[in-house]
Design a protein around this ligand. Structure first.
Ligand code: PEP
Ligand code: CO
Length: 459
């Protein structure tokens, strides 16, 4: 080997996987039994990583392509995964809806689609209140299966470090199954019928989708007929995972210094993101993610000031590395027209390179008179449409979308082709956190994006 051998020891720097502990932190409760937490973290450190740096770097390159408009990111899944839903049906259904949507997007946008599931680790949730009160009793809020348990008892709500191990195991089982499905041919583009979910009867989206899939299959046949060779590279699709990097003890325990790259990687997931509530440029979460080499996302809400955004850009991507930083804007249908040009302007003035992704869900959450948390389909579409229009008029690139969705026929968001009303919500409302687009609504969004963002035909 020419040159110095890479050191296996991490250099002593101000940043280290635990340096976040010296910063102000929100949304992460302390463990009462610190010794038990330390034991669990030691065990997690010794277990193999869930993803590899090769995959992480491959994703970063694809995100860099999306940043330039050469690819499009589809990031989606549940608001929160639960341990209970770590089963075959739930995993297959999520994979299917993302694969189906991606075919629609590839066909419409004529660009590769980068598929990223909110999966295999999306187990921790920020909460608007630290406590919950019922009938005069006040307990800590439920913060996701990674942290505590949902039952309304003091024992269940106590943060339990053992749950980090249970989460690691479930994330690894989920990933194992997803990888096996994809490697085993399930995601072969020649057989999109594998991904067909049960449409409800008389669905306009179903007809449109099947026409499109047929066109894709015909295109593959045509090419293969013409060239006499199969499109081997198209046989298998790639699939990446993402979760909110919220519970820093879990992320810290699986962050490793890789001698062959001389960098630290958070190997719980390919693409962690910092949530809107933990994006303080001086806070613990930004400190932690500043030091890992993964591509990372940051949710940017309507309250973020240009000054804060500048600090985030400087802290999280000082070298302006392509694909490193994704800004996931979630401004709300009412605020995006005014707010987004300001964000784009700040990024441009700083000369920063970012991937812009639109989350049209989290700025549009509301409560109905009958007590359901919902999102109106029209507002979701309106935020998306405005995002496309603003990026186009600012000569910027909208490189992807971030959605909360399910392949099931739930009734959590109102509107869509079936015109779900507030009264319909009670019929099949399953989410314990944020309302998701159901199967048809998700496909409708994909079909709409495909039309909105289709490359303009040149004369
Ligand atoms: C989420 O993605 O589920 C979430 C909590 O989003 P945000 O941080 O944008 O509110
Ligand atoms: Co959510």
């Amino acid at each position: 080997m020419i040159g110095p051998k890479p050191t296996t020891a991490a250099p002593a720097t101000a940043w280290h996987p635990a340096s976040w502990r010296e910063r102000a932190i929100v949304q992460v409760p302390a463990y009462r039994d610190a010794a038990a937490a330390a034991r669990v973290m030691a065990e997690l450190r010794a277990l193999p990583p869930l993803v590899t740096s090769w995959e992480v770097e491959a994703l970063r390159e694809q995100l860099a392509a999306a940043q330039e408009g050469r690819a499009f990111v589809l990031q989606g899944g549940d608001c929160a995964e639960s341990f209970r839903d770590c089963n075959s049906d739930a995993i297959v259904t999520k994979l299917k809806i993302l694969l189906q949507m991606s075919v629609v997007l590839v066909a419409g946008l004529k660009r590769p689609v980068v598929r990223i599931g909110r999966m295999a680790g999306q187990y921790a949730k920020p909460r608007s209140s630290d406590t919950e009160s019922r009938d005069g009793t006040t307990l800590p809020s439920y913060r996701g299966d990674l942290v505590n348990r949902p039952d309304f008892t003091a024992a269940a709500r106590e943060p339990d470090p053992e749950l980090m191990l249970r989460a690691y195991e479930r994330a690894s089982m989920t990933l194992n199954f997803v990888r096996a499905l994809i490697d085993g041919g399930f995601a072969d583009l020649h057989h999109p019928e594998n991904w067909d979910l049960d449409w409800v009867t008389h669905s306009a989206q179903a007809d449109e989708y099947h026409r499109l899939v047929q066109a894709v299959a015909d295109g593959l046949d045509f090419f293969e007929g013409l060239t006499g060779s199969s499109i081997t590279e198209a046989r298998r699709v790639e699939f990446y995972t993402a979760h909110e990097g919220l519970h820093l003890p879990y992320e810290e325990a699986q962050t490793r210094f890789l001698a062959h790259r001389q960098k630290w990687y958070d190997l719980t997931t390919h693409f962690p993101w910092i949530g809107a509530r933990t994006a303080d440029p001086d806070g613990a979460h930004v400190e932690f993610f500043a030091g890992v080499a993964n591509p990372i996302g940051v949710k940017v809400g309507a309250s973020v000031t240009p000054e804060q955004l500048k600090r985030l850009l400087a802290r999280l991507n000082p070298d302006n590395q392509p694909g490193r930083l994704t800004l996931i804007h979630r401004l709300g249908a009412g605020q995006i027209a005014e707010g987004l040009p300001k964000l784009i302007d700040t990024v441009r003035r700083e000369g920063a390179r970012v991937l812009w992704v639109c989350d049209p869900m989290h700025g549009n959450t509301e409560s109905t008179a009958n007590g359901y948390k919902t999102r109106r389909f029209d507002k979701i579409l309106s935020e998306l449409e405005t995002a496309v229009a603003v990026h186009a008029s600012e000569a910027s690139v909208l490189g992807g979308v971030h959605l909360e969705l399910t392949g099931e026929h739930v009734t959590e968001c109102t509107g869509g082709a079936r015109g779900l009303t507030d009264e319909d919500l009670a019929r099949d409302y399953r989410s314990t956190v944020d309302p998701r687009l159901n199967y048809e609504q998700a496909m409708e969004v994909a079909l709409r994006i495909a039309k909105l963002g289709a490359p303009k035909k040149s004369r």
